[in-house]
Design a protein. Structure first.
Ligand SMILES: Nc1ncnc2c1ncn2[C@@H]1O[C@H](COP(=O)(O)OP(=O)(O)OP(=O)(O)O)[C@@H](O)[C@H]1O
Length: 199
């Protein structure tokens, strides 16, 4: 189980969230919503230990989240790719970092990058760049996926593919936490959490 207990975060003297608690069971997807600036990215970063909380703790299967890095796949809203490297080089670099072996070419073909995998990422479209970042979901062994605006710049067919991936990850006992300004299909959402903008 993922448990977030009494989380509080203050930024620029504004309380973004305060005493926030929730639990997520394996095979569940939590859909985080809220207006611009409400604190969704901050909350996601706090959940994976990238943002310091003023109060509270997050645990995965009873272990503090700071000790769970191999079990976490975090994809932020900015494409975490090196624009000067090709899609294949970016993927290979990430596989090396996470001690994984995979057939980069067939993976990149799966995400629609045939013929584009050897040119610098800076020459790809916004959606294609996003696909380079999202390809990690196909090879990740992480139990917990935390995804900030994964659908940004992704076309309709790509959105369907991502939703199918979420379902597959859930069926395998994984956890998914997603924030998106785009509506997710009801059948894949198990919990909703709405952050309001606090003044
Ligand atoms: N590095 C930072 N330093 C100080 N304040 C920050 C920093 N990053 C974000 N903030 C502030 O925290 C607040 C919440 O930002 P956050 O990015 O979490 O919102 P969000 O809900 O994800 O917004 P959006 O829907 O626009 O992506 C904003 O008011 C923002 O100005």
């Amino acid at each position: 189980m993922l448990s977030a207990n009494q989380l509080t975060c203050i930024r620029n003297q504004r309380i973004l969230f305060d005493d926030l608690s929730f639990k997520l069971e394996p095979s569940q997807l939590l859909y985080l919503t809220g207006p611009n600036g409400a604190g969704k990215t901050t909350l996601l970063r706090s959940l994976v230990g990238l943002q310091q909380l003023h109060q509270g703790e997050v645990q995965l299967s009873g272990v503090p989240i700071a000790d769970c890095s191999p079990d976490i796949l975090y994809i932020g809203h900015k494409a975490a790719v090196n624009e000067w490297l090709s899609a294949k080089q970016n993927l290979q670099h990430w596989l090396n970092l996470t001690d994984q072996v995979a057939d980069c070419e067939s993976l990149l073909m799966k995400v629609g990058l045939s013929g584009l995998m050897d040119i610098p990422v800076k020459f790809l479209s916004a959606g294609q760049k996003r696909r380079v970042a999202l390809v990690k979901m196909w090879v990740s062994n992480a139990k917990l996926w935390v995804l900030d605006e994964p659908f940004t710049s992704i076309d309709i067919k790509g959105v369907e593919v991502l939703n199918t991936l979420f379902e597959r990850h859930k069926a395998a006992g994984g956890y998914v936490i997603v924030t998106s300004h785009q509506t997710l299909p009801d059948q894949i959402v198990d919990q909703r959490l709405e952050l309001s903008y606090r003044f």
